[in-house]
Design a protein. Structure first.
Length: 295
């Protein structure tokens, strides 16, 4: 019950709030929900031409990296992307390959950027998911808009949110680990740093010298180094693909690694988790894992 699943199940439609809480949120189990967002205008409207017309040349935040990995371990650093401010139409030119660049671009700012930077698009989706808001008794802390290149990858990590991840177009490929896999997933402390683009277009890595070290997962689950991290062989990853018009419920504290098709568009809703028995269980497991490694 604490994490044993062979695959991510599908629901044919959105459940009632009580049913969703009892069967999915409380036991902390993921699922893919079909026909939950099929009524959204965004599914038909959000073409490149429409986005150009509605958002246009407005300046937005875009993550820029040399390798597609933002917020990831690289050369013994936890490296964050350069946050570039650029006209949205210029970004679309890159995604549509009208302009070529050796850099990798991704709209992925996770501070409710849909409502803060793209308010013109909110009316095509929803400000919250009503049955989830009723189930949890709260509104989402953030609603995020995602659009990027296929080379943009999200490294393995976990969040303290109940996450509803909705794909508008394209596909998202998730690799998931339940919280019970924590003993097999390595964490290390890293100096935080940020990519900076030099005048010649090359990248340099600049340390955030005043910042505390960041605990992060150095392992690539797609190509794990089992000589360096042999415990990972005991982990049990789940893989699933979320297609256009589908919604993934990603429970709090589940580890996830994400890839996408080129130009994939998605919107996700972050609801703050309850710091209840599940959280206490995870903290205990995390503490025991660290204690075992010390001895």
């Amino acid at each position: 019950e604490l994490g044993g699943m062979e695959s991510v199940p599908y629901l044919a439609g959105p459940p009632s709030p009580l049913q969703f809480y009892r069967e999915w949120v409380s036991p902390n189990k993921p699922c893919i929900i079909q026909n939950a967002i099929s009524h959204w205008p965004a599914l038909k409207k959000w073409t490149s031409a429409y986005l150009r017309e509605v958002v246009g040349p407005k300046v937005v935040s875009v993550a820029v990296t040399p390798n597609g990995y933002a917020d990831a371990v690289f050369r013994d650093r936890f490296v964050m992307p350069e946050e570039c401010q650029m006209p949205f139409t210029d970004f679309l030119d890159i995604v549509e390959k009208k302009v070529t660049s050796p850099k990798i671009f991704y709209v992925q700012k996770q501070c409710s950027n849909l409502t803060e930077e793209f308010p013109e698009l909110v009316c095509d989706v929803q400000p919250d998911i009503p049955w989830m808001s009723e189930a949890l008794g709260k509104k989402p802390d953030a609603v995020n808009f995602w659009l990027g290149e296929a080379a943009a990858v999200t490294s393995l990590h976990k969040d303290h949110y109940e996450n509803l991840y909705c794909v508008i177009s394209g596909e998202k490929h998730f690799l998931l680990h339940p919280p019970s896999d924590r003993p097999f997933i390595p964490y290390e402390l890293y100096q935080p740093a940020t990519y900076r683009v030099s005048e010649d277009g090359s990248f340099e890595i600049v340390d955030e010298k005043s910042a505390d070290k960041v605990p992060w997962i150095p392992l690539d689950p797609l190509n794990p180094n089992l000589e360096q991290y042999p415990e990972y062989a005991q982990a049990k990853p789940l893989k699933c693909t979320v297609k256009a018009s589908e919604m993934l419920y990603l429970p709090s504290l589940w580890f996830h690694h994400v890839q996408q098709s080129h130009g994939c568009i998605a919107v996700n809703y972050w609801y703050d988790m309850e710091y209840d028995l599940k959280y206490s269980y995870y903290q205990l497991l995390d503490g025991l894992t660290k204690a075992v490694k010390v001895f």
